[in-house]
Design a protein. Structure first.
Length: 639
């Protein structure tokens, strides 16, 4: 019999065990990082995260070790086992916590492994067993240095996991191939941009781009909601085809993104987004070598477990809480990535600033307003009602409506200044596309400081311009275009195929109508609870011609007509007046028919087949791929 080990010896044993527990914890984090593809910022960031992660893991492991010291002086083997089990239970408990607080937004399918306690139990158990095995192998040495080597090995695996997604083999592109830059401006109304006639709001960067390139004067977002609008731009299909009807719905894999196509063709691809709703796990990150959506409570640590758990708990407690970051930070990251590219690149940069709450940084916060916004003499805010809860703190005590409007304008000017920074930093041979994802109602149609629940001009008429020096002549395109045209336009100008996309090249496509959709959120949340999500309900649909907008109200079947020639803001419904004139009535009827056909296309999500007539109309409108190859016209007929 050997004498029981001294207390110091016991403490050292358990400390070594705790460090090994930390290594196990790091290994679990590494596996998680691979699963979530969060570590996509390259080796530098990966190494930084390893350091931070190892530190965090060490603190937790040390905690387990210290806790084990409090155990009564039983034989060391038993205490070690107790500490080991405690470590496993602790790690698993944190993951269970994350799983419980993963409250997916409406209709979101959780990403693989995310929120699956069984998956994490398996991973954690495997990591723990591996750590114990390592410990058994080195226990003869009984020194912290050996444990540190194990920790370093776990870190190495982590580093490797962060780099595997980067630098995949891809075809090399010929000299002279342009870079591609897509900038999306969140919540930006066309009528708040100089190029569209606004003489107050400073949007000099966009205006210069539009002057040097092409301005699309009649561009519509397909939905006044960030997720669906971006899904439409990146897939070249609208929500009526891809089913991304609300924020939080993942993009189905069969709809390939612009990024997937450009990466496959040889471009390096990077995305830099500024809001939680464009989180990569929803499918937006597909095809991107780098997807920078790190803007949680602790920027730089978003891939790690504890910050993520805190973020999710916060979100659980406050569903209206918006995770976002300033455009300046997003542009900093994009510029850093672009500067490191040696081959042609595609970058998507999303600027969220104009989205509420409207809190531009100095000097933009005072650019359009100099008075006291809380002066009781003002009465203009009394008419305002129905404010979204995420805006309320920023509007507390405000009595002057002009102040709020000025702050919104300030956010647009700030975002434009960041666009300007970005444009100054890129090489000349870059195809640049800048477009708004939707607008914002500032009281029009009785909607205050919000978007998403309508498809009027204020909510879906967006700024859209593109530039490719020496390749695209400058000018103004006046025919209607829509968000689904973004990817087909870029691919078309690069000479790449647009298979599966229903949008068209906005420069050459000659659309006559652009579509926008609004999905009834409340009804569909109720439907989802009742297990009937496969049959979504529309709320409003709109068609935009070069000079008019027609809105169909699904609820009461009523149509609204806006003559944009006489009423550019689309504020006065003249459906009655137009209905009295044969010409207007005819157009209204045509629009009503095309829109009602459009509504039927949601049957594609419920598994129902289109009737032959529906299918023919949808094909003619470009919303469905033809089943059969088009037949050559017979001799003597007009093609
Ligand atoms: Zn948006």
């Amino acid at each position: 019999m050997t004498a029981p080990p001294g207390r110091l010896q016991l403490a050292r044993d358990r400390l070594v065990f705790a460090v090994l527990g930390a290594a196990a914890f790091g290994a679990v984090e590494a596996a998680h990082s691979v699963a979530m593809s969060h570590l996509a910022l390259g080796m530098g960031w990966s190494l930084l995260l390893i350091g931070i992660g190892a530190g965090a893991a060490g603190v937790i492991g040390l905690g387990v070790g210290v806790a084990s010291l409090a155990l009564p002086g039983r034989p060391v083997g038993r205490a070690r086992w107790a500490a080991f089990l405690a470590g496993i239970v602790a790690v698993f408990a944190v993951y269970l916590f994350v799983a419980l607080f993963t409250d997916p937004p409406p209709f979101q399918k959780p990403p693989p492994l995310h929120g699956s306690p069984l998956a994490w139990l398996g991973l954690t158990g495997a990591a723990g067993v591996a750590a114990l095995g390592l410990y058994q192998a080195v226990r003869g040495a009984k020194n912290v240095a050996t444990a540190a080597i194990c920790l370093a090995a776990a870190g190495g695996v982590w580093a490797w996991s962060g780099s595997v997604a980067i630098g995949a083999d891809r075809p090399s592109l010929p000299a002279g191939t342009p870079n591609v830059l897509l900038v999306t401006l969140d919540t930006t109304r066309a009528d708040h941009v100089g190029a569209y006639g606004n003489t107050t709001v400073d949007t000099r960067s966009f205006d210069a781009l539009a002057r040097e390139g092409v301005l699309f004067s009649n561009a519509s977002a397909v939905a006044a909601v960030t997720g669906p609008s971006h899904a439409a731009m990146l897939t070249g299909t609208g929500p009526w085809v891809n089913g991304v009807l609300l924020n939080g719905i993942p993009i189905p894999e069969q709809h390939r993104l612009l990024s997937e196509r450009l990466r496959e063709a040889g471009w390096s691809t990077g995305a830099f987004v500024s809001a939680y709703v464009l989180e990569g796990s929803l499918g937006f990150s597909r095809g991107f070598d780098v997807y920078d959506d790190d803007f949680g409570l602790m920027p730089g640590l978003a891939a790690l477990l504890v910050p993520r758990a805190i973020t999710m708990a916060h979100r659980h407690a406050d569903p209206d809480w918006i995770l976002e970051r300033r455009g300046g930070e997003t542009v900093d990251h994009a510029e850093a990535w672009i500067a490191g590219q040696s081959a042609p690149w595609f970058a998507w940069v999303h600027l969220f600033d104009a989205h509420g709450p409207y809190l531009p940084p100095p000097p933009w916060d005072t650019q359009y307003y100099a008075a006291d916004p809380r002066d009781p003499a003002h009465t203009s805010m009394q008419a305002v009602h129905g404010i979204a809860s995420y805006l309320l703190p920023s509007l507390k005590g405000i009595t002057d409506l002009n102040y709020v409007l000025a702050q919104y304008a300030g956010e647009i000017s700030y975002a434009d200044s960041q666009l300007g920074r970005l444009l100054e930093s890129i090489p000349e041979n870059t195809l640049v596309v800048v477009i708004g994802d939707h607008g914002e109602s500032l009281g029009e149609h009785d909607v205050w400081f919000n978007h998403g629940d309508d498809v009027y001009e204020t909510s879906v008429h967006v700024p859209f311009a593109m530039r490719w020096p020496g390749r695209i002549a400058s000018g103004v395109v006046t025919h209607p275009v829509e968000g689904t045209d973004v990817a087909p336009t870029i691919l078309g100008e690069l000479g790449l195929p647009t298979t599966g996309m229903t949008g068209v090249n906005a420069l050459t496509g000659n659309r006559t109508l652009a579509s926008s959709m609004c999905f009834d959120r409340d009804t569909n949340l109720a439907e989802r609870k009742a297990g009937r999500i496969s049959q979504p309900k529309w709320r409003l649909g709109a068609l935009r011609s070069e000079s008019a907008r027609w809105v169909h109200r699904e609820i009461d079947g009523r149509g609204e007509f806006f003559d944009l020639g006489a009423d550019p803001g689309g504020l006065s419904d003249v459906a009655g007046a137009w209905g009295l004139e044969p010409e207007g009535a005819g157009q209204l009827q045509t629009l009503r028919e095309t829109t009602s056909v459009l509504f039927l296309s949601d049957s594609s999500h419920s598994g129902q087949e289109h009737s032959p007539e529906e299918r023919a109309k949808l094909e003619a409108l470009g919303y469905l791929e033809p089943l059969e190859p088009l037949q050559a016209p017979k001799p003597g007929t007009t093609p």
